[in-house]
Design a protein around this ligand. Sequence first.
Ligand SMILES: [Fe+2]
Length: 251
Amino acid sequence: MSRIRLFAAQGISTIYHVGDFGLWPGATGEYFLKTLHRACVDRDLEMFIVLGNHEDYHRAAAMQLDEQGWLCLESYPRFHFAPRGHAWIDAHGARFAALGGAGSIDRNTRRIGVDWWPQEELTQFDCDRLVANVRSQQWARVDVMLTHDAPAGLQRFGMTARPAWFTPEIEDYCAIQRTRLRHAMDEVLPRWLAHGHWHDYFRDSWDGLSASGTDYHCEVLGLAADGMRGNAVIAEVCPGFGLGEITELLP
Ligand SMILES: [Fe+2]
């Protein structure tokens, strides 16, 4: 919530969230939505959200699509949730694409429908839908791709200890999703990609090979988790380029 105040103080009116937003069941989840939405209304902010893995996907399934292709909760019109594979052009003409979801590495410790939902999984269907949506717009490249997970191949910090619940099956389950994401990236060729999930602020770049065999370059921004330094930045969105200078939002 403190980030909302800081964004508003900087004159920001549009916030993009890269997942593990906090869509959660019960009174606690509703209180979070209500409080955050009130803060957005008071400061005239709009939030565009890519869902992550720690989200109540039963609630997400009950959302309605608006005319612009965003998923909405009727009581919270300042929140705009991206369906997997959503592609859109922002008010400045920048081409955006979103591909949320990720595997929970601690899935073995969670209970289905209580604090884990199988719909977290980024499926091949989701990736195919993104590629189809971008191709239908006849874009040569996406300017900014927003994801929750980091595509396979990008550098990321590993776990220093391997708990018993992080079984080989779960490792495969998570890695397959990152690989699907990378293949989708190789199809839509983002100039910039911003993601969350790894609880670390991270700058990276990717020199990839497109699905049609041409080289491409993508700048990558990984954002830290809630309450951590590096979990929010201010950046200008530049059509045909991606993002301009990145400024970390400091308390
Ligand atoms: Fe996550």
